[in-house]
Design a protein around this ligand. Structure first.
Ligand code: NAP
Length: 295
């Protein structure tokens, strides 16, 4: 038996189609969306990623604005975030990591207006998700859900093991799963006997950052496995947390690295931006005010 491949590509295509529809609606109302990315490093890999966001935004009719601020100070970054919060033409804000040395990321992300926090970086967004209020989840966590739903993997009443409990992936993903009535085990570095969770779960999500952490011996033939991890192996290749060679022949379905979650995240950032813009547009239309912002 070989596992069904839960590729991210058709999922991203479907998300882009949803975005296109929303962009059309905005256009009809004389409105457009803008995403702002603060890039405070000259790290080449990060710059490449930000260019891919710029490209994806432009292709979808969303205006990208990249604020290049290498070696920015805490004060300069604070000022820039506050400006973007106030700027009515900006609907989505990303504070791209890594940040310059000496800068405190936690103090910065909590300044991002939750209505524009399209990558769920502000802890308020996670808090809102936790109590069931509308909020943007981090794109990576949401990508896992989009993949599971695209391939009709049932979640209600199912046991899902989430391995990793970060504020970026594990915790928000847990909230999204609870919203869908899954029963969630949250595993981490202090979990004893990890395999007892991953073997009995209907769905296992690996979000750790350790190559080969999940092997064929840790899964069952009914498991659905979503790999979120990104690691570089000795050959310089991108690999996930799953030992694909032993897991793939054993499980029911596997979302691989590369080709899975990572393929979906950028499309979601653009969708979130357009959703944020649509909210602003709706509230203006509802008040019947002339549209002077966000064009
Ligand atoms: P992180 O903040 O380092 O968190 C890693 C989590 O894994 C922690 O909760 C840690 O437990 C847990 N962990 C560490 N060793 C473990 C072990 N042996 N067994 C079980 N759990 C263990 O990482 P992150 O930001 O959540 O990212 C996780 C992975 O996803 C990374 O590989 C990252 O590169 C990848 N990622 C991918 C994308 C994408 O678009 N594809 C986006 C974001 C992240 P403790 O809490 O106990 O320390």
């Amino acid at each position: 038996m070989t596992a069904q491949r839960l590729s991210g590509k058709p999922v991203a295509e479907q998300i882009r189609a949803r975005t296109t529809q929303l962009v059309e609606n905005l256009k009809r109302d004389g409105f457009s969306a803008k995403i702002a990315v603060i890039l405070a490093t000259d790290n080449e890999a990060t710059a490449w990623y930000v260019r891919s966001i710029e490209r994806a935004a432009s292709q979808q009719g969303v205006d990208p604005q990249v604020l290049r601020m290498p070696e920015a100070t805490q004060e300069e970054l604070v000022a820039r975030i506050l400006e973007l919060n106030e700027d009515e033409t900006v609907h989505g804000i990303i504070l791209q990591t890594p940040l310059p040395q000496g800068v405190d990321p936690a103090a910065l992300v909590q300044l991002i207006n939750p209505a524009k926090d399209i990558d769920g970086a502000n802890p308020l967004s996670l808090g809102r998700l936790t109590v069931g209020q509308p909020a943007f989840a981090p794109a990576t966590a949401r990508s896992v859900i989009e993949i599971l739903e695209h391939y009709d993997i049932p979640l209600a009443g199912q046991h899902v093991a989430v391995v990793g409990r970060s504020a970026v992936v594990g915790k928000p993903l847990t909230q999204l799963l609870l919203q869908r009535d899954a029963t969630v085990s949250i595993c981490h570095s202090r979990t004893t006997n990890l395999a007892q969770f991953t073997k009995t779960a209907a769905v296992t999500v690996m979000a750790v950052g350790r190559a080969n952490l999940l092997g064929g011996q840790d899964v069952s033939d009914s498991s659905v496995v979503i790999d979120v991890g990104t690691n570089v192996d000795e050959q310089g290749q991108l690999v996930g947390d799953v030992h694909a060679a032993s897991v793939q022949p054993k499980v029911r379905a596997l979302s691989p690295v590369p080709g899975g979650v990572g393929t979906v995240t950028t499309a979601l950032l653009i969708l979130h931006t357009v959703q944020a813009a649509s909210k602003v547009c709706e509230s203006i239309m509802w008040r019947g005010e002339p549209m002077t912002i966000g064009r």
